[in-house]
Design a protein around this ligand. Structure first.
Ligand code: PZK
Length: 286
């Protein structure tokens, strides 16, 4: 039997089929900024994000079952159950940033959630909101309202993914806040198993699927620095780069600073040393 058949590529990840029931999700060390993948890799980024996802999967399995079967010894490959993925991105926002801020400025609402007037960019929301989006095959996901989401997954399933997404976000954002990290927003992808049970898939609650902000630098009224990517963004801004392909190479001090930030996020959120985790990756197996 072949080892694995390539089935899909993301910007920084690859997906392979192991057999009819199992997939292999491989996180590379590639990094994207301003939607462009850079030619320079960040060593250990794939292992950090894979380990962080596995950490959250282990701690949220009572909220929702997930697709994790186990991590490979390389630390960046996740064996997972093959699911029938739902055709919506399940975004939860606790703060007003990105497309949520843009939609609020234009309409006073985000995905049909009417928000109080006078909110500033990056403000905390009165309560977290579920803001589903369609999965764009090219370009950006499009925010959709409750009726459009219900057409795609059905009203009952929508109510379930909203409840579960909000519960996952509340759990993770409270944990992260206590470690000095604000999870401004995050995107979940769910699928159904053979019994049509809702299962959390993809990566979860990583800096690539979320906006992580350093809590001690939080100043609403402007865009916030990214916990992980700010050095890369700041460096790119010094270049006068037009943010189209190809992206620039980044120098080694920017790589080292960025790598340190990924490891810092891992260590704060998991309360464990990244070196110890790499030496004994079994800590994440269940
Ligand atoms: C699945 N993606 C997105 C991720 C890519 C593409 N457990 C699952 N079962 C079935 N399908 C998927 C998953 C998961 N996770 C995920 N597309 C399909 C994706 C990473 C790399 F190229």
């Amino acid at each position: 039997m072949p080892e694995a058949t390539h089935v899909a590529s993301g910007k920084v990840r690859e997906l392979y089929a192991l057999d009819p029931d199992r997939l292999l999700l491989v996180a590379s060390d590639r990094i994207s900024t301003f939607d462009v993948v850079l030619p320079t890799e960040i060593p250990d980024k794939g292992r950090v994000l894979t380990g962080l996802s596995a950490f959250w999967f282990a701690r949220t399995k009572e909220i929702c079952p997930n697709h994790l079967l186990g991590l490979r010894p390389d630390g960046r490959s996740t064996e997972c159950r093959r699911l029938e993925m739902l055709p919506i991105e399940c975004v939860v926002r606790g703060f007003l940033a990105g497309s949520g801020w843009k939609d609020y400025l234009q309409t006073g609402a985000v995905c049909g959630h009417h928000l109080p007037g006078g909110l500033a960019e990056s403000d905390v929301l009165p309560e977290p909101i579920f803001t589903p989006a369609t999965k764009a095959t090219t370009g950006h996901d499009m925010n959709i309202d409750r009726d459009q989401a219900a057409e795609l997954v059905g009203a009952d399933r929508l109510a379930e993914v909203e409840r579960v997404s909000l519960a996952l976000y509340r759990f993770a954002s409270e944990h992260a806040r206590a470690q000095g990290i604000l999870i401004a927003d995050t995107k979940f992808e769910f699928g159904l198993d053979d019994d049509e049970i809702l299962v959390l898939g993809d990566e979860a609650l990583t800096p690539d699927s979320s906006r992580f902000w350093p809590a001690d630098e939080y100043r609403p009224g402007a865009g916030q620095p990214s916990f992980d990517k700010q050095f890369v963004r700041d460096y790119c801004e010094t270049l006068g780069w037009d943010k189209t392909e190809p992206g620039p190479e980044v120098p080694e001090d920017v790589v080292a600073g960025t790598r340190a930030r990924y490891i810092e996020a891992f260590e704060r959120l998991t309360s464990s040393s990244f070196d110890a985790y790499v030496a004994d990756p079994e800590v994440v197996l269940r």
